[in-house]
Design a protein around this ligand. Structure first.
Ligand SMILES: Cc1cc2nc3c(=O)[nH]c(=O)nc-3n(C[C@H](O)[C@H](O)[C@H](O)COP(=O)(O)OP(=O)(O)OC[C@H]3O[C@@H](n4cnc5c(N)ncnc54)[C@H](O)[C@@H]3O)c2cc1C
Length: 322
């Protein structure tokens, strides 16, 4: 039995579908003959061009959810489509807050299991998924044995987005059925995190700091270097847990996955849980005073030195360059 149809849950971000939505569409079209997207919001039609360009023939429009969280109505709309006979072989869902919520609720509605933390997909008679375990040191392969559809929750940056050059997707209305009291929670306020410079998981350069910085105030060095390199500032979990920087800066297994052109790790030991979130970077620079630190095993350029000396010198040199 070949994989004929895959759905991708597509989320809207700043100015179009989120990068992970395009990553999943790209992968889906290499696996199945028909790729369709499911999206929600006040203006799904405005996403149809980009979704089509990356491979979606159709986008099911759940519509404007008003003040609702997406989990309940989007899962209900997808389940209704499937129950009406429109059944994909697999559903690819971004490992985001909303994506996970939709996946869990869809799983319960359809009474099918979910595979989470997926970083690779392998086509065969059915779809197999790859999952890093033990902090990314081993990969296990899993596949569903039941009827399906298979629900896969996939980590960002698992696939590279690539345009297929296709025309706009057809927009098909797929409103959620009445979900009663289960959709009782309402969004009352939204806070957009302040950010200057590129997003951490989209930046071409990421400069991250770890416990080797010594104290919270020294994180300013990381921010300054990141700014000079037009990059984003990241962090190890140790300094997030210590309250030096917010969780949104965390790189690693339980934080963000980044794949920049240049990743600069400053005072970070290189625990497997950190490496799993950044080892796909094209060029890795590590600054650590311990020549035996595991971070050097993945570094393309290693500087054995004290961050308090090396970082100010790097910053001065970049400023002098103008
Ligand atoms: C389930 C689980 C999930 C996890 N998820 C993540 C995750 O997503 N991301 C993550 O980062 N971690 C994660 N961790 C934690 C991880 O195991 C490490 O504890 C953490 O990455 C260590 O952070 P660090 O490298 O900043 O600190 P440390 O391990 O303490 O390393 C500090 C480094 O700084 C160096 N150093 C000290 N002083 C200086 C100096 N003056 N100049 C230069 N170098 C100096 C030291 O030599 C050392 O190598 C997770 C752990 C678990 C159990």
């Amino acid at each position: 039995m070949a994989i004929e149809k895959i759905w991708v849950l597509a989320e809207a971000g700043e100015g179009g579908p989120t990068p992970i939505s395009l990553e999943l569409l790209t992968e889906a079209r290499s696996l199945a003959g028909t790729v369709e997207a499911v999206a929600w919001g006040a203006d799904v039609a405005s996403l149809a061009g980009a979704l089509g360009e990356y491979g979606a023939a159709t986008v099911y429009d759940v519509g404007d959810l008003g003040g609702s969280l997406p989990g309940v109505p989007v899962a209900a709309a997808m389940a209704a489509l499937i129950e009406s006979g429109n059944k994909p072989d697999a559903i690819l869902i971004p490992a985001t807050y909303d994506g996970r919520d939709v996946a869990g609720r869809l799983s319960a509605r359809l009474d099918v299991p979910v595979l989470t933390n997926v970083t690779g997909l392998v086509a065969g008679d059915t779809l197999a998924s790859q999952h890093p375990i033990f902090g990314g040191s081993h990969i296990v392969t899993a596949r569903f044995t039941g009827e399906g559809p298979g629900i896969f929750v996939i980590r960002a940056k698992s696939f590279a987005p690539e345009s297929a050059g296709g025309g706009a997707a057809n927009v098909v209305a797929a409103p959620a059925p009445d979900t009663g009291a289960s959709n009782g929670a309402n969004i009352t306020e939204r806070h957009v995190e302040e950010r200057s410079g590129p997003k951490l998981d989209e930046a071409a350069v990421v400069v991250s700091g770890g416990r080797g910085l010594g104290e919270a105030a020294n994180y300013a060095l990381i921010e300054e270097l990141a700014k000079l390199l037009h990059g984003a500032a990241g962090a190890s979990r140790a300094i997030v847990d210590a309250g030096w920087v917010p969780y949104s800066h965390q790189v690693g297994q339980t934080g963000k996955t980044v794949k920049p052109t240049v990743y600069v790790a400053c005072g970070i030991s290189g625990a497997t849980q950190h490496l799993v979130g950044m080892k796909g970077s094209k060029n890795i620079v590590a600054i650590n005073k311990d020549a035996e630190a595991p971070i050097f095993s993945v570094a393309d350029l290693g500087i054995v030195g004290d961050v308090h000396k090396v970082l100010p010198q790097l910053i001065e040199a970049l400023k002098a360059k103008g």
